[in-house]
Design a protein around this ligand. Structure first.
Ligand SMILES: Nc1nc2c(ncn2[C@@H]2O[C@H](COP(=O)(O)OP(=O)(O)O)[C@@H](O)[C@H]2O)c(=O)[nH]1
Ligand SMILES: [Mg+2]
Length: 336
């Protein structure tokens, strides 16, 4: 067990080395940040001042749709255009999908030899303080490290994915002509969050029909709103394992970035993200302090809380009177 002071000194030293361009320091820092929200908090001021340059691209879609293959092809193209890339692969810890991850690793191995690419897997389980917390903090590290593009590949389709994709500036939803995908993605609300729709495996039968279905769904969907500016979601097709359609995809990503930058939407989503993050952290901290206060059962809060336990006060009115009782509230909030 390392003491908190040593840990803090260590993380600040690693941070300095990382900011000087040391990839090994970046790697160690990611591990620290992933497992310790405290470390993440300690370095956050330093990283957030330097963040904002990277473009964050989220790639989601059902397992087997070809997300990893697509990320791979996109990375090669980005590298050949001289951009630096960081890849965050959300690793499922489920035994059912474990095999696919191994395949991803082998394929992505080629990029490990390339210093312009940094690859990191993030476990879906074990991340302290939640997966979205880790993704956000690690993306900020990549950003501070001045990567041009951060590609975030999620595992599948679900609420977890939607939460993670809050971090993305551009969200790509990958589907295939294979049956079942589309309905599942629709149910998970993926069409609502897509900035670019990709039909991968266009060499397979049904690709054209799927593209037309998607076009139709987009026309009917309610997603056109101020949030997305006047960006029109394109439906593209790719054959990722042969690099087909990837140049068009990259062009579309760049156009989306340009559109949201010029319309001010990028700035707006980044501010909303910071606001949501601020509220979330404040609420978590207040909850933590309140919990300590409640468990100690002393002072004005203890008095109030014992009335709740006895049934003399309902939790409703106790909660409201706590907020109106300055003394009790101060006793809670100033606790550490
Ligand atoms: N036929 C065909 N197969 C593809 C294409 N893209 C990827 N694949 C294959 O689909 C399988 C799943 O791909 P993967 O990238 O691991 O999917 P992920 O689970 O979404 O990350 C792999 O065997 C790929 O080689 C494509 O465009 N056409
Ligand atoms: Mg994958």
């Amino acid at each position: 067990m390392i003491g908190p002071d040593i840990q803090q000194a260590q993380s600040l030293e690693l941070l300095q080395r990382m900011l000087d361009g040391d990839e090994r320091a970046l790697s160690k820092l990611i591990t620290l940040v992933e497992y310790s929200p405290t470390v993440a908090a300690e370095i956050a001021d330093h990283t957030s001042r330097r963040a904002g340059k990277s473009h964050r691209v989220g790639i989601t879609g059902p397992p087997g749709a070809g997300k990893s293959t697509l990320v791979d092809a996109l990375t090669m193209l980005l590298r050949s255009a001289g951009h630096t890339v960081a890849i965050m692969a959300i690793d499922p810890t489920s035994p059912f999908t474990g095999g696919a991850v191994l395949g991803d690793r082998v394929r992505m191995q080629q990029h490990y030899l390339d210093r312009g690419v940094f690859i990191r897997s993030i476990a879906t389980r074990g991340a302290s303080g939640g997966l979205s917390r880790s993704v956000r903090d690690i993306a900020n590290l990549f950003d501070a490290f001045q990567k041009d593009f951060i590609l975030i590949e999620t595992v599948g389709v679900g609420q977890n994915e939607v939460d993670i994709l809050e971090e993305a500036d551009t969200t790509i939803v990958v589907l295939t002509p294979e049956s079942g995908d589309t309905m599942q993605a629709m149910k998970a609300g993926l069409l609502e969050i897509a900035d670019i729709l990709v039909v991968n495996k266009r060499d397979r039968p049904g690709a054209e029909a799927l593209m037309m279905d998607l076009e139709g769904m987009l026309q009917m969907s309610s997603r056109q709103g101020e949030w997305h500016g006047d960006w029109e979601v394109p439906v593209l097709s790719t054959q990722s394992d042969h690099g087909v359609g990837i140049a068009e995809l990259l062009e579309s990503i760049k156009q989306h970035r340009l559109a949201i930058t010029e319309s001010g939407v990028l700035n707006q989503i980044r501010q909303q993200r910071r606001q949501a993050h601020f509220i979330q952290l404040a609420v978590e901290e207040i909850r933590r302090r309140l919990q300590i206060g409640v468990s100690e059962m002393s002072g004005p809060l203890g008095l109030l809380f014992s009335k709740v336990l006895d049934g003399e006060l309902s939790p409703y009115s106790a909660a409201l009177s706590l907020l109106e009782d300055r003394e009790a509230l101060a006793a809670v909030l100033t606790r550490r």
